[in-house]
Design a protein around this ligand. Structure first.
Ligand SMILES: O=C(O)CCC(=O)C(=O)O
Ligand SMILES: [Fe+2]
Length: 258
């Protein structure tokens, strides 16, 4: 059986779990009750209000993601700076979950250091808040910054990780489905022109798991495994904080970005 490792935050140190994640022997680490549910509710109502006031079209996120601007480096860093105060305001008056991820995962994962990635004098974006509603599509994909954005310094990092912190779960659906299959360069023939990959990329009899997003439970995944978000059912939005991380070569040190 290929199942996530569920950790109570009280367990603190995780032993071998990080290696199991890197080797894909486990699909995910789930840190129960990582972020207070009351704070999740406050964030969710602020995010919902933000989207009702700001007409965002199909752009259902707050914050900047590297993949969407990978061919416009200057603009990526400019927009990353412009987005900082917007995200900070969403977390106003509470412990910033991004800071909590940085400080507590250092201890829990037994890492020497975790900080936001930099490139010369520019700081990478820190976190994207994503909403998924019943109209949202999430294609099968994998995240691999080394392949997708080779002219950014984070492309030199190893063992990419993805952090997903749900603030609100939909009534039904919205599970994160992970396949026990890593992306390989030869899979590029299955790539869709818009985003992601055709389902044919998944080989026969490959196992998959579906993890329901539970507010406050931090999921850490190996995003080199194919994954997708199942359709959201009902009116309630799926709201998450998403961040990436990678290891400095030959170091037990992580840099983060979004
Ligand atoms: O929001 C999620 O559950 C997963 C998002 C995702 O694709 C990722 O973190 O790489
Ligand atoms: Fe992803």
């Amino acid at each position: 059986m290929w199942n996530p490792i569920i950790i109570s935050v009280k367990d603190k140190k995780l032993g071998n779990a990080l290696n199991l994640l890197k080797s894909a022997d486990t699909p995910a680490l789930v840190l129960k009750n990582f972020f207070p549910k009351e704070s999740c509710d406050i964030v969710s109502s602020r995010v919902t209000e933000y989207f009702s006031k700001n007409k965002c079209g199909n752009n259902k996120k707050i914050g900047i993601s590297l993949v969407s601007l990978r061919n416009d480096k200057e603009n990526y860093f400019k927009m990353a700076d412009a987005a900082r105060s917007v995200i900070r305001n969403i977390f106003h008056g509470m412990q910033d979950p991004r800071k909590k991820i940085h400080s507590e995962l250092k201890e829990i994962l037994n890492i020497d250091d975790i900080s936001i990635a930099k490139e010369k004098d520019s700081r990478y974006a820190c976190g994207v808040i994503r909403i998924h509603d019943k109209e949202s599509e999430s294609s099968l994909h994998r995240d691999n910054v080394s392949f997708e954005a080779p002219h950014f310094s984070v492309s030199n990092l190893k063992s990419q990780l993805s952090f997903v912190l749900p603030f609100q779960s939909p009534d039904k659906g919205g599970e994160l489905q992970l396949f026990h299959q890593r992306w390989k360069e030869k899979d590029e023939k299955f790539r869709r022109v818009d985003f992601g990959y055709y389902d044919e990329v998944i080989m026969q009899n490959v196992e998959s798991v579906k993890i329901s997003p539970t507010k406050g439970d931090l999921m850490v995944i190996n995003p080199n495994l194919y994954h997708r978000i199942q359709p959201v059912v009902g009116e309630k939005l799926r709201i998450t904080l998403n961040m990436f991380a990678g290891f400095l070569p030959n170091k037990n040190e992580i840099l983060t970005w979004s």
